[in-house]
Design a protein around this ligand. Structure first.
Ligand SMILES: [Zn+2]
Length: 116
């Protein structure tokens, strides 16, 4: 996204500009072997635990605690995508790249009773 895009993944600096693809690669480097060995079921349980921690932080945490929990949830979600070999950049682009999957608009106009 900026001049830092050519930085090798896995070497975050002070305020690193990190693309989604960089992040998935970084998470792969850090956790793939462990998480692949643990398996998707066990790793999914960790994701759910982190989602619980995010819920607590949203209820009574500080802004910093909330920020950390969002990062954790994203990391666990991403590591599971690695274990099942899903490219998140491609997945997000395919599903949301041209707007709401329900109505096709960039600002969703789906009826309120619908999920999006
Ligand atoms: Zn919509």
């Amino acid at each position: 996204m900026s001049d830092q895009i050519d930085k090798p993944a896995g070497e975050p600096s002070e305020q690193t500009e990190i693309s989604f693809a960089d992040f998935q690669q970084l998470i792969r480097k850090m956790y793939f072997d462990k998480d692949d060995a643990r398996g998707v079921d066990g790793t999914f349980m960790w994701l759910i635990e982190e989602i619980g921690e995010l819920a607590s932080a949203l209820r009574e945490g500080t802004q910093e605690e909330q920020s950390e929990e969002f990062a954790d949830v994203l990391a666990w979600l991403t590591t599971i995508a690695n274990v099942v070999n899903v490219d998140l950049t491609e997945a997000v682009h395919r599903k949301y790249g041209s707007g709401c999957p329900g109505c096709g608009h960039l600002v969703c106009t789906c009826p309120d009773e619908g999920k999006p």
